[in-house]
Design a protein. Sequence first.
Length: 293
Amino acid sequence: MGPLLCLLSAVCFGAMAIFGKLAYDAGVDVGDLLLVRFAVAAALLLVVAGTTGALRGVPRRSLVAGLAMGGVGYATQSGLFFGALERIDASLLALILYAYPALVTIGAIALRRERASSRRIAALLIASAGTALVLGGAASGSLDPLGAAMGFGAAVAYTIYILAGDRIGAGMSPVALSSLVCTGAACTFAVFSTVQGGPRFDFAPSGWLWLTAIAVVSTVAAILTFFAGLARVGPSAASILSTLEPVVTVLLAATIFGESLNSTQLLGGAVVLAAVLVIQWPAPRRQYAVQNS
């Protein structure tokens, strides 16, 4: 069940860009999309957290930190991601975003949380080359520079979010942290929507279907299945299985929207995924001989 749950999570996350594109086609505004996504997700996750008692006994400082993670970190990442999705193809965005595992490695080494092993350095170089191929392959076409920059900015924001969450989430259950993060993000986008004169829900009725799919499938279900799988297979295996996510996005984008990547971009995407495998693949355990005295 562990690997299956991780793969299901990757499919749910991978479909998010597709749901977002379909919501845009229905006339949904970016701000309204983000507000509904996190408001619905926060409500559902708070119900789960309340039912399981996940928030019981959490210190006030941790509560505030979790809300700030969502209100600042995750809100920034999501805003940049869906902003980029308005300007570039879902498949290209998925490959650009997946530079974040290498960025996390750089940050962890810089903060001295991990050592600069030869494998991590090799993975960083591989990921950098893959990202260059993805962007270089699109440079001769209609690549939107701002959209690509926003996509890479989303990867940077997600990196900071992960590194912060590694410390803030220590001692807090995943369900509790997820509910706080989504609640914080919902508050941020509620303020943003109010300042912009919204929310405006005058889009086509089909927009609600895609908004619900983003909130329920690509947020709540994706998060809960990932954590359930993580508990069964461990972080390294879970990260390896999660590399299915951009593959799902690329395949769905090609099937539904007819998006296509040229051979250079496909090669670059494969190289980026290979770098993730190099970073996360479990090291072989050393065998120690037991000598009887």
